[in-house]
Design a protein around this ligand. Structure first.
Ligand SMILES: *[C@@H]1O[C@H](CO)[C@@H](O)[C@H](O)[C@H]1NC(C)=O
Ligand SMILES: *[C@@H]1O[C@H](CO)[C@@H](O)[C@H](O)[C@H]1NC(C)=O
Length: 525
């Protein structure tokens, strides 16, 4: 991708907005000349996002116990690009500095996650509560609220307490349900009066598939035929078991949130899913077209159908058969309608290609979906533009199509964009100078905000907030610090100093127009 052709793009944005009608039955969109906060429905929240293990650092402070990610990256440094999250961005000590950055952006909200093992160092209350850990999140949430920043809190963002992993295999065991319930109930009661927006689980699909089928993320389990570095695990089996226990844990936590937490009244809770959008690999092949629905069922429906309709998608049950556990009637009843909104983390799209001859001797989640996902279609055309340093293809149209699909299939739910962002690896050229000139991220952000605007204002999709991943560069799991996603650059070589990127300047300008929700009186909404 070359340097942005701004005049052309500006015209494009202008035309797109003049063409969008304000609809009476859908969200109300003001008419504006250029795309900005002012073009979105009144009260729409714009924010940035983070996750505890990716930013906090201070892993041994105030009695925090290790999580599976601490253990994984220490044991297999090579599977975490040689890095670990011990320091991350030191958000634990610098959150006030980062809240100033959020204010500088004119943003309205911040997504954070709570580290389970910072609250219960050994995973369970009876084994001790870290008062300092509990206090840290109070201080952080208070500071956000003081600055007119609405917190969205994720209860679990992949960091299972290591003691529970050692004791019974973490999410592989049903034992996780009661321990997760205890932890969730504790944080609801502790923070529920201050925090009204909650996510139980972040990206269950990634957690189960990457952690227990491909062995790419902690705890790094799979069959050898999937990944030679896996010492243990069983692809095609464990991921389904893990998601099953996770979904039951979700339903129980939501039940507590709605029925047993007095302070939580008026709050909302959901899951942050991470679907891609799909186009047919060969649009002349009907099987490829049909494989799109299956890809979406496996990637999103697995956890979304379940929390909306109460059971796994039929297509999954048909293919996975006995390897997919079953819910009891009581569990189904609790799962049904167990989300107040649909959280969506959207990054990129793929071509869906039908797999005709699966190999039953090597079961895996991907093979069960009877698809492969390709970056290029049968004609060799890429799904989107991919700058040389970009982590994934840029396909903003996919966001709009995905949102419309969710609106139609799931009965027009409220949707929150819990993540959307652009990763880049600058390799040996990495420097403050180059890293802050992130014109590709700026374009990515512009295009996705435009696509989001079209979904809301032309397709009438009920999206109510948008969180950009991420506020600052951070610890990107198996890619360590090499993949940067921030609006602010972190200089890891120089005391973690923060530097404003071009994308931050754009977001700030975008958010400076129109009225922020904190300035709107409640009865006007
Ligand atoms: C969007 O969802 C919210 C929350 O459920 C609801 O209050 C609002 O009326 C919905 N808006 C539209 C236009 O459907
Ligand atoms: C590093 O940054 C922190 C936070 O801004 C600051 O308190 C500290 O003094 C700095 N250390 C050095 C050596 O500059």
């Amino acid at each position: 991708m070359g340097f942005p052709k701004l005049p052309l793009l500006g015209l494009f944005l202008l035309l797109a907005i003049l063409n969008s009608p304000a609809s009476a039955d859908g969200p109300i969109c003001p008419q504006t000349e250029t795309l900005s906060r002012a073009s979105f429905p009144k009260g729409f929240l714009f924010g940035t996002a983070s996750a505890a293990f990716q930013v906090e650092g201070a892993v041994e402070e105030a009695c925090r116990g290790p999580s599976v990610w601490d253990i994984y990256c220490r044991k297999y440094a090579f599977r975490c690009s040689g890095d670990n999250g011990d320091v991350a961005t030191d958000f634990y000590h610098r959150y006030k500095e980062d809240i100033k950055l959020m204010k500088n952006l004119n943003s309205d909200a911040f997504r954070l996650s709570i580290s389970w093992s910072r609250i219960f160092p050994h995973g369970r209350k009876e084994k001790g509560v870290s008062k300092a850990g509990v206090q840290f999140y109070h201080d952080l949430i208070d500071e956000l609220i003081k600055n007119d920043l609405t917190p969205l809190v994720t209860v679990f963002h992949w960091d299972t307490p290591s003691d529970l992993e050692d004791e019974y295999g973490g999410f592989l065991s049903q034992n996780i349900v009661k321990d997760f319930m205890e932890y969730a109930e504790f944080v609801f009661n502790e923070y529920g009066d201050k925090v009204k927006n909650w996510v139980t689980f972040n990206e269950p699909w990634v957690f189960s598939r990457a952690g227990y089928d491909e062995g790419k993320k902690a705890p790094g389990r799979c069959s050898k035929y999937q990944n030679e570095f896996c010492d243990d695990g069983r692809s095609g089996y464990e991921a389904y078991l893990v998601s099953h226990n996770l979904l039951i844990s979700h339903a129980e936590a939501v039940y507590i949130f709605r029925n047993k937490c007095e302070k939580c009244k008026g709050g909302k809770i959901g899951i942050a899913h991470s679907p891609a959008w799909f186009e047919p690999h060969d649009f002349n092949d009907a099987q490829d077209g049909a494989s799109i629905e299956r890809s979406l069922d496996f990637m999103m429906g697995w956890h979304l159908d379940t929390t909306m309709f109460g059971d796994y998608p039929q297509r999954m049950k048909d293919v996975v058969g006995h390897r997919l556990p079953r819910f009891s009637r009581e569990q189904m009843a609790k799962l049904k309608n167990s989300a107040d909104f649909v959280g969506i983390n959207y990054y990129s799209s793929r071509f869906s290609n039908y797999v005709e001859k699966p190999d039953p001797s090597k079961p895996s989640w991907m093979q069960d979906a009877l698809t492969t996902w390709e970056e290029k279609n049968v004609f060799g055309v890429s799904i989107g533009s991919k700058p040389t340093t970009g982590a994934l293809e840029v396909y903003s149209r996919g966001l709009r199509k995905l949102l419309k699909y969710i609106k139609d299939k799931y009965n027009n739910p409220e949707i929150v964009i819990t993540e959307n962002g652009y990763g880049e690896h600058l390799e040996d050229k990495d420097s403050v100078e180059l890293g802050t000139k992130d014109y590709n991220r700026r374009i990515y952000l512009m295009r996705h905000l435009l696509s989001l605007h079209e979904a809301i204002c032309e397709d009438g999709v009920n999206v109510t907030s948008y969180f950009h991943w991420a506020l600052t560069d951070n610890f990107e799991w198996q890619n360590g610090y090499k993949h940067r996603f921030g609006l602010y650059y972190i200089d890891y070589k120089n005391n973690l100093t923060r530097h404003e990127k071009e994308s931050a300047k754009y977001y700030k300008h975008f958010l400076s127009q129109g009225t922020p929700p904190s300035k709107i009186k409640k009865d006007e909404l």
